[in-house]
Ligand binder design. Structure first.
Ligand SMILES: NC(=O)c1ccc[n+]([C@@H]2O[C@H](COP(=O)([O-])OP(=O)(O)OC[C@H]3O[C@@H](n4cnc5c(N)ncnc54)[C@H](OP(=O)(O)O)[C@@H]3O)[C@@H](O)[C@H]2O)c1
Length: 149
């Protein structure tokens, strides 16, 4: 399920084109077993907490201070990964895919493939993200826009 801030109608056509449904962020959070969060970091508190309890949440966010400074990050009190993990204490957050653009992905065996760093405190969640289910998910035509699965 794909979601954004403007509502499901605004992305229904896009969602259909990649073979998934469109919904609100809470609906997408409820629907998925593994959720991508790729909204601007400054909006992280809009990510719904309750429906994500116990689920693997992939944090793709990077900090762009020109969009709004976050003092805790500027003072290096927390990291971008810790910020979302703190907001979602009951979720299994993994920092991944923030270091590459959609257009950088390449099929297995291609020249110029890149290593994807994975970080997080939940060892089993990191195993899922680097295991066969994750690879199957990556082979789907996914979108990184908004909260998607
Ligand atoms: N694009 C990439 O390939 C890529 C790769 C790695 C990391 N990232 C990271 O992803 C973040 C977003 O960057 P971007 O360039 O992809 O931005 P973008 O093109 O502007 O996309 C942001 C998306 O988030 C949605 N959104 C905003 N607030 C939301 C909310 N409260 N609930 C649900 N959806 C919401 C927006 O929906 P509306 O348009 O309806 O507002 C939009 O679809 C950044 O932290 C960036 O570093 C992006």
């Amino acid at each position: 399920m794909l979601s954004n801030s403007r509502g499901p109608e605004s992305i229904r056509e896009l969602a259909q084109s990649i073979g998934c449904n469109a919904g609100t962020a809470p609906e997408a959070a409820e629907f998925g077993d593994m959720i991508f969060v790729a909204i601007f970091l400054q909006d992280y508190q809009a990510v719904p907490r309750t429906p994500l309890a116990g689920k693997i949440v992939l944090n793709l966010q990077n900090y762009f201070p020109h969009l709004g400074q976050i003092e805790e990050l500027d003072r290096e009190i927390v990291t971008t990964a810790e910020l979302l993990a703190r907001h979602l204490p009951e979720s299994r957050t993994v920092k991944v895919l923030n270091s590459m653009l959609v257009q950088d992905s390449r099929p297995a065996g291609s020249v110029g493939r890149r290593t994807i760093p994975i970080a997080g405190d939940d060892v089993k969640a990191k195993e899922v993200v680097s295991g066969p289910d994750w690879l199957r998910l990556c082979r789907c035509r996914t979108s990184f826009r908004g909260v998607a699965l």
